[in-house]
Design a protein around this ligand. Structure first.
Ligand code: GAF
Length: 372
């Protein structure tokens, strides 16, 4: 395994443990996690593998096969920069439990596709350190400390969805998570049995202002919740009454969050009933709500969704934070070529960069990798 070879070469010894953690797509439940709501992501077959040996002298050495060169060496957490902040942030949140470590990482999550490569990196490192030092933390505890690393160390105010998906998902299943109680349940998602496939359409575009807009949406939701006298938008039960008391953007954000939570529950109901094809209508409704009420879509995402549906998809939506990244489309297997053709043609007509297509089958969450 190349990450193990790179580790041995750089640090002159074998890693004590190796863990793999995946990226994710979100089936539905977008921008609901930081509103204490419901999400339904599944892990993708791409992720980050971390080879780790703890150190007791306070030194942290980090290398990535995606950034060739010497390992970066830190004697204090504050020295870290760029992508290494996701790694050092995890150690920071593990506190006195982890003095230092030698770490090598290798990732294959398509970069910039909005498939949570950063959560995969955090969870892979957290899981490996937890195992190597026998800390006994649960996968959800590891997800929470990874989220905290991203919030407090990296400075991105994300919710818990991506890290929880990376830590807890199971192969062939989506993960239903209540982001308030943190209760979770795996839901079987066998699309092939219904002649369906989930196609990821990577727009290959990531808009610069995404981070600032994300924080702004979060602040709007918190402000609306305060005005409505609820702890979080998850608690809004009378939507019509709530909308009457709000104006402008906050009104639209509440409309999205409250209806999106209901769509998650409706989608789970349809899956449970075996009506898998019917979930397409909910994916479409989610996209329109994210486009028109939450205003986090982009022209590339909208064109991908519209062209996918025209080409024969049963439903499609942007997935993840938005402002670029990827859309997902639920496609009958015999229509896959038609959908790809329809999206590629629409992109060409608009003068957009060619999209990338990736088939997504629900993969396993973080797991230890045995090294020969
Ligand atoms: C990003 C965040 F990291 C998640 O926590 C979530 O809020 C998502 O955007 C939107 O649903 O991926």
């Amino acid at each position: 395994m190349r990450v193990v070879e790179a580790f041995r070469e750089a640090y002159a010894g074998s890693p004590q443990t190796v863990w793999h953690a995946p990226g994710r797509v979100n089936l539905i439940g977008e921008h609901t996690d930081y509103n204490d709501g419901f999400v339904l992501p599944f892990a993708v077959p791409w992720g980050v593998t971390a080879a780790v040996t703890p150190r007791s002298d306070g030194v942290i050495r980090v290398l990535s096969l995606q950034s060739p060169g010497e390992p970066a060496t830190f004697t204090s957490h504050e020295q870290s920069t760029g992508w290494t902040r996701y790694v050092v942030g995890v150690l920071d949140m593990m506190g006195a439990d982890v003095a230092g470590a030698d770490i090598a990482v290798d990732g294959d999550v398509p970069q910039g596709a909005g498939l949570s490569s950063s959560a995969a990196l955090e969870v892979a490192v957290a899981s490996a350190l937890n195992d190597a030092l026998d800390l006994g933390r649960t996968p959800m505890e590891l997800a929470l400390l990874s989220q905290k690393a991203e919030n407090d160390f990296v400075g991105m105010p994300c919710g818990i969805m991506d890290q929880a998906a990376s830590a807890l998902c199971e192969e062939g299943h989506a993960l239903f998570l209540d982001c308030r109680s943190l209760a979770s349940r795996t839901i079987p998602l066998d699309l092939a049995a219904h002649g369906l496939s989930m196609l990821i359409i990577d727009t290959q575009v990531h808009h610069e202002h995404a981070g600032g807009e994300y924080a702004k949406r979060r602040a709007e939701c918190e402000s609306a919740a305060r005005k409505l006298g609820v702890a979080a938008l998850r608690d809004v039960t009378d939507l019509a009454g709530a909308l009457e008391r709000l104006q402008g953007d906050e009104r639209k954000r509440v409309m999205h969050v409250v209806t999106e939570n209901h769509r998650v529950e409706a989608l789970i109901g349809l899956l449970r009933a075996g009506a898998v094809t019917e979930i397409g209508a909910l994916l479409n409704a989610s996209h329109l709500s994210l486009r028109d009420q939450y205003e986090v879509s982009s022209p590339e995402l909208d064109v991908a969704v519209e062209a996918a549906i025209r080409g024969g998809a049963r439903g499609a939506r942007m997935t993840g934070g938005g402002f670029g990244g990827s859309a997902i489309a639920l496609v009958p297997v015999d229509r896959l070529d038609g959908v790809k053709e329809s999206v590629s043609k629409a992109y060409e007509e608009r003068g957009f960069r060619a999209p990338r297509f990736l088939p997504a089958t629900p993969a396993a969450g973080a797991r230890r990798v045995e090294v020969a």
